[in-house]
Design a binder for this molecule. Structure first.
Ligand code: BGC
Length: 751
């Protein structure tokens, strides 16, 4: 891609600004908390406090009242923590980012905290300040529940507000193009519809509490290896049909106040200075009215201001505070047009007005941690995916005489992922296990254990007279001896993951495969509980009685695991990501750039295009270990009654019937299996319901036409071709039980 000149960028930007002014008139409702309790008494010198006006109008009025210095001040910010000998900025609550208030005009400070899995407390900068640790986002995705995503958002937003924060660096939603990505646990899996829908709901939940949320990291930040320089290369149509579609859906649904651009490059240009990505796609095609903030350390040039970046975050990490003095000078000299500075400022203010930051008094009341822990438990339970259950081993009988629990720090709690999303859980971490290692982010290499012990929870659940014995799992032979003495063995398999590091492969580290093999050989009733940041290989699978994926399960993870194992809660999870048989099945058997020599420029070619995860497995006729969408229940279901209607807007309806003896969660899924141009596999929709034995429910899903379309770069939009489409109903991307053909008319949709 040729680099544009500054003049071309100014022209391009002006075109978009005009387009957006038009689009924004249409999309005023976008986030508009239109006329709350109309503040007719807005003082004459602060007309922007009139809540009867739209967020756009209020932002315009306020921006016009600001001095050039005040405007620039809103466009860059420091870390909200002490940094390299600098103290914490005055006024900061203590968190990832801070942008000072403008008291003269009543503009509140932006107090920004990481919050993917709960409100973070980096380096314990707010000593002892705990927050509810929610399950991993990948677990949330495994619930397939928009409602739980929304409720998780409400928990985060509520705690944030009570702690004095008003911007959550949440909504992590990069697609899982590589199961070894160290941050998959922070994201919503591999499918654009599932990820976009749930991320949108999580953002909506946060913002319902008058706290802004981001979605991040825009875009194609799909591996951690070489993340600061990685060039992700992909054809435009493929990007639009996959990673970008996920963001587009989330933005439409959640209306996030801000979008955080990513560290990596996309087709040559850094994401935070990527004119195509930010100006053309996000602000032009999608008419996004909020602001683009950089990731921490992702700004390399002043001209990013013309390429679509509105605010520089964590400025001390970059080589210069580009959006400080240099931007002020460039604006004064006209190199960055005054109109663009106004646009940048208004975007920030508009989101602040739209989400209610000006109109809702701060609220530092007490947090109902018990209620939030109960939400966390429900998410964790519904996230658990039963992968294997031979001879109905699960649910275990509470009266089982002797149960051996092995490994996984199960006497302390459940593990959490590492990095900026780490939450200081209520009660503090039960255990911190440093893993050592060198390098810039070595401090993140520490397993934090959330204080919710599966061992304790199992002991609390079994009948009186049952004995629960524990072994730490260090020696397979010793663990096997204990397992042989028990009626049931529950063995934990951990794969700790963290930001900044991918896993080199999908094995369970620390010789745990050997441990599981030894335990399973000693006891035919062995149940494996996986706490992982994504898929792992299971060379011992057919020797086990049952396997469940519990992810990183958060503040009440131990209780959730015990409840599901013993049937006090029904497992509600289905895989949001494909579990491969081996790394050789992946589009890239090796992670590009992994291992020495370090620091070479890394390029990743996303040749699989829009066929992320299951789509690629189907396209290449590969059989995974466990398919996307898969998960068992303790009851059985019949899915049927598939009907498709509409020749332009398509509605699919279907039924689920509980044919077993206990209640259970049905998650029927609908996939496109082929279109006029041939076979394809795309999730079109799903339903989820807890059904009593014998109960039947009919679901109806409105299909997003973009999932039936192809993106045309020539026509600059989505095109649904006329012709026959095959739509299937099933229990996973592979297990399809009914198919029907449906004729559609040609249709073109906006980009
Ligand atoms: C991460 C972001 C995070 C930011 C602030 C970066 O390292 O990539 O996800 O929000 O730090 O902590």
């Amino acid at each position: 891609m040729r680099r544009k000149t500054v003049r071309e960028l100014v022209v391009a930007w002006a075109t978009i600004a005009l387009g957006c002014a038009f689009g924004c008139a249409l999309s005023c409702a976008f986030g508009a908390r239109a006329a709350m309790a109309a503040d007719k008494d807005a003082p004459g010198d602060r007309p922007w406090m009139n809540t009867a006006l739209s967020p756009d109008e209020r932002a315009r009025l306020l921006e016009r009242a600001m001095t050039p210095e005040e405007k620039i001040g809103l466009l860059h910010g420091k870390l909200g923590t002490p940094f390299r000998g600098e103290p914490m900025p005055d006024g900061a609550v203590g968190s990832a980012g801070y942008i000072p208030a403008i008291p003269r005009l009543g503009v509140p400070a932006l107090q920004e905290s990481d919050a993917g899995l709960g409100v973070a407390n980096p380096g314990n900068v707010r000593p002892g300040d705990d927050a509810t640790a929610l399950p991993a986002t990948l677990g949330l995705a495994a619930t397939w529940s928009p409602d739980l995503a929304y409720r998780s958002g409400v928990v985060i937003g509520n705690e944030a507000r009570r702690k004095g924060f008003n911007v959550m660096l949440a909504g992590g939603m990069n697609l899982a193009r590589d199961p070894r990505n160290g941050r998959n646990f922070e994201y919503f899996g591999e499918d654009p519809l599932l990820a976009g829908t749930l991320a949108g709901e999580a953002v909506r939940g946060i913002q319902s509490q008058n706290v802004i949320s981001t979605v991040k990291h825009f875009a194609l930040n799909d591996q951690e290896t070489g993340r600061l320089s990685l060039d992700a290369r992909i054809a435009e149509d493929a990007a639009r049909e996959s990673d970008l579609l996920a963001f587009q859906i989330a933005i439409e649904r959640g209306k996030p106040g801000a979008v955080m651009c990513a560290y990596n490059r996309v087709n040559g240009a850094y994401a935070c200075g990527n004119d195509w990505l930010l100006n053309r796609v996000l602000k032009g095609d999608w008419k996004y009215p909020g602001w683009v903030m950089s990731d921490w350390g992702a700004v390399h040039d002043l001209d990013y201001a013309l390429k679509g970046l509105d605010q520089q975050s964590g400025e001390q990490i970059d080589t210069q505070v580009f959006f400080g003095e240099p931007l002020r000078r460039a604006a004064a000299a006209g190199a960055v047009p005054a109109a663009r500075i106004s646009d940048m400022v208004r975007r920030v203010l508009r989101s602040m007005f739209a989400v209610g930051l000006f109109d809702t008094p701060s609220d530092k009341g007490p947090i109902d941690f018990d209620a939030h822990a109960s939400d966390a438990r429900q998410v964790a339970e519904q996230a658990i995916v039963v992968l294997r259950n031979e001879h109905a081993t699960l649910p275990l009988a509470r009266g089982t005489k002797r149960i051996a629990v092995i490994g996984g720090y199960a006497e302390f709690g459940v593990i959490s992922g590492g990095g900026s999303s780490l939450v200081n859980p209520v009660g503090g971490p039960a255990l911190r296990v440093p893993l050592g290692g060198e390098g810039q982010f070595a401090f993140w290499r520490e397993i934090n254990v959330t204080p919710s012990s599966p061992l304790r929870a199992i002991r609390a659940l079994v009948s009186e007279g049952s004995e629960v014995v524990f072994n730490d799992g260090r020696y397979p032979s010793e663990a096997a001896r204990l397992a042989a003495s028990a009626d049931v063995a529950i063995v934990f398999g951990l794969q700790w993951m963290t930001e900044n590091f991918d896993a080199p492969d999908l094995t369970l580290p620390h010789g745990q495969d050997e441990l599981i093999r030894a335990v399973a050989a000693a006891n035919p009733h062995t149940v494996v509980v996986l706490e992982t940041g994504g898929p792992v290989l299971m060379p011992w699978l057919d020797k086990t009685a049952a396997v469940v994926a519990a992810w990183f399960s958060g503040q009440r993870g131990g209780e959730a695991i015990a409840n599901v194992l013993f049937g006090a809660a029904e497992p509600g999870g289905r895989l949001p990501i494909t579990f491969p048989e081996a790394e050789s099945q992946l589009p890239r058997p090796e992670i590009p750039g992994y291992g020495p020599p370090e620091k070479l420029p890394v390029t990743v070619e996303y040749r699989e295009g829009a066929d992320v995860g299951y789509r690629d497995f189907v396209r290449r006729s590969q059989k995974p270990l466990f398919a996307f969408g898969y998960g068992q229940s303790y009851t059985t279901f019949a899915y049927g009654g598939l009907e498709v209607s509409g020749t332009t807007d398509v509605t699919v309806s279907f039924t689920a019937t509980n044919t077993g003896m206990r209640p259970g969660y049905a998650v029927p899924q609908v996939y496109l299996t082929s279109g006029p141009s041939g076979p394809d596999r795309r999730l079109l929709g799903w339903g989820k319901a807890l059904l009593a034995p014998g109960e039947m429910k009919r679901f109806s899903v409105q299909v997003d036409s973009r999932l039936l379309a192809k993106y045309s770069t020539q026509a600059r939009g989505w095109q649904v071709a006329a012709g026959k489409y095959e739509i299937a109903l099933g229990a996973s991307a592979e297990d399809l039980v009914a198919r029907t053909e449906h004729e559609l008319r040609a249709r073109k949709l906006d980009p």
